[in-house]
Design a protein around this ligand. Structure first.
Ligand SMILES: [Fe+2]
Length: 268
């Protein structure tokens, strides 16, 4: 029989009737035993653990569930997905505020979105294609199906396609998307990761409380799903130089479900 692992040894030496951690835990800085972990949980999680125990789940299953992040909720693709092969959409770099370095700047308040694509264990995923698309400041898409009469912005890029490196990160500069009838301001995402079903979703801003509350697609999400796709923006330097200009910046974590789990990534 193989010797017990250090984790099992710590747990077997822990006295659940004594609230103090065992000397082994104190001196070796090992992971807290299960009972102590339970004491460290916030009250909401304690409630969930009690409910899970009452339903007969093992402590291992519960710990695994607590460690996993819920996958980002899929949302509708909408009718304005970019058409990459038409001439006017040939630009798709990570700066949507202009078509190229020497072209005029688009209208609207500039913002930066920094993102990361991870799996449910919070492991960053590389080689992921991240596509984003949105309306310009007036609330118009660069798409023949968009029939609203707001003016299109000839200087706005409308979409981007990025590839994540090893740390799963991506970043793009854009403008606050304009409002259009029936929707709160939002940015569309399509995520293509090797070996996983595609995720199509949308991202929102916490500054549009009222519009968000009146948006059917947004309100169709569960509260915790809404929280995960709603960003607050804070001024941050554009570059690593602390003296550089600052732009409102939001951080967006995209969590992909496990491979071959179409239920977790199917658009509604
Ligand atoms: Fe949209």
């Amino acid at each position: 029989m193989p010797p017990p692992s250090p984790r099992e040894h710590v747990e077997s030496s822990y006295d659940p009737y004594n609230p103090l951690p065992s000397p082994i835990f104190q001196t070796n800085h090992r992971k807290p035993p299960a009972m102590l972990e339970f004491q460290l949980l916030d009250s909401r999680r304690k409630f969930l653990v009690r409910a899970a125990l009452a339903s007969g789940l093992s402590i291992n299953t519960i710990q695994k569930a607590l460690a996993e992040l819920p996958p980002t909720a899929p949302q509708t693709k909408g009718p304005f997905y970019p058409i990459p092969d038409i001439e006017k959409q040939k630009h798709f770099d990570a700066d949507l505020t202009r078509l190229s370095n020497d072209s005029p700047i688009a209208d609207g308040e500039q913002i930066v979105i920094k993102g990361i694509v991870v799996d449910v264990d919070e492991k960053p995923l590389d080689n992921v294609i991240v596509e984003v698309w949105q309306a310009c400041a007036s609330g118009r898409y660069n798409h023949p199906q968009d029939k609203n009469d707001r003016p299109a912005d000839p200087n706005f890029q409308y979409w981007a396609r990025m590839l994540t490196p090893a740390e799963g990160s991506f970043s793009f500069r854009t403008i606050q998307p304009g409002k259009y009838p029936g929707r709160t301001p939002h940015i569309h995402y399509r995520i293509l990761a090797p070996g996983r079903p595609e995720l199509v979703t949308q991202m929102y801003f916490d500054s549009h409380t009222e519009e968000n509350r009146n948006d059917g697609i947004y309100m169709n999400l569960k509260p915790e799903q809404r929280l995960a796709v709603t960003l607050g923006l804070e001024p941050q330097p554009i570059s690593n130089d602390a003296n550089s200009d600052k732009l409102p910046t939001g951080l967006f974590k995209i969590v992909l479900g496990p491979p071959n789990n179409p239920k977790s990534t199917q658009p509604m």
